[in-house]
Design a protein around this ligand. Sequence first.
Ligand code: TRP
Length: 481
Amino acid sequence: MSRNQSQPIFGSKPINTNQRGQWGSKLGFILAAAGSAIGLGNIWRFPIEAANNGGAAFLLVYLVCFILIGLPVMLAELCIGRFSQKNPIGAFRQALPRSFWWLVGALSVLTGLVILSYYSVVAGWTLGYVVKSIAHTFQSGIPPDQIRSVFGEFTGDWLTQIGLHLVFMLLCVLVVVGGVRSGIERWSKILMPTLFLMLLMLMLRSITLPGSSEGLRFYLYPDFSKIDLRTIVAALGQTFFSMSLGMGAMITYGSYLSKRDNLVSSTVWIGSMDTAIAFLSGLIILPALAVIGHTPGVEEGGAGLIFQVLPKVFTEMPWQPIGGIVFAAAFFFLLLVAGVTSGVSLLEVVTSYLIDERGWSRKKSVWTVGGTGFLIGIPSALGCGAVGWFSALIEIDGAILNFMDLMHTIFGRLSLTIGALLTCLSIGWIWGIGKAKEEIMHGYPGFGTLGKIWSFLLRFLCPLAITVILIFLLVDPSAIR
Ligand code: TRP
């Protein structure tokens, strides 16, 4: 980590309103940004994607996407955020005045609101599972089918679904109302290290379960013949979602940084932590899937996969039943925590827009965004079994999508990909790579050779690769699932 790791940012450039705030230390910022990146996307989504897209083949393509596309785009977002010290709309307006580029920011704000709405529903499930674990719903010897039906009944109960969604949204609101430093940053510093430790322990248990080796092999030995367009589309989409890119979250978090901070080392830290946690989650879920008899890559896993798989691992913990109860409750609690630090960043993007551009107070902004996100999330909450119509909205390529799947496909996938493309183009070509490099050199004067590589990736490779993927998607929309 760089020299100014715990340097306070006091005395940096004055900020436009006292509602905005700034990070207290570099470590605090990195943990908060890692908190945004590390979330349900890593633990809930990544293993599902890997299971459905060839295991190790997916992992490999993901790593390539992460290094060649994820890292450069993240650096670009942090860069324009710190340059402008503004929300995504304000940032594009400031960098490219009198143009239509602010619309990229507008798309970001809308996307953030919609992702928040369904993210809150899934995060609410983790809260429900904390309660179920404490109530000892999953006793040793419980057959996998029964674990599945517990999940089905749970998501089919509309009151529970709405209630948990509401509680999660409230948690995020309460953190964000506290502001950048004493809300978001303070909580991330406590919660992120704990999460990491828990995951490590769980991974050790999962890979030593009898019968887990088939899952491990599937995850770690690449079969290159499995790499096809679908794998690449899935991996790229997952990269953006997992790293919180393509919708201004990193622009917003970067806007609370001072000129003294080294954006490059921050990017590498945040990105590596995110990828490490996703990798770890795969090491937990895929062996566990093999243990309960899923044939990897054959059975499709839906949104509920981890809720149907992990309870089995917990019943195999030592010192039953206490070991199982404590571990399960602690795990789902930490998943909830990872969800909160991510939900918070989604909420903060929209909030920062209302504070900067509309001049609202933080309090009014946060409650408005939280309330709207809650309302938009209701169909997602009801669409996993409680209300039939929302639960089977459309069919793509033989797969039935519910409301949440549809929102994730449009906003969590397509919109992020488009957002990332436009970010590359606007920063690399229109605003100008020279200005961007100059901004990065504050805090990292040695950005010479690395700067050349970054410039090539951001201006040529990233836009080209993302465009090719988007064109393929138009030709074969089924690949997006
Ligand atoms: N990255 C988070 C996760 O992996 C989700 C998230 C938070 C996100 N903020 C975002 C996704 C911004 C896209 C854009 O769970």
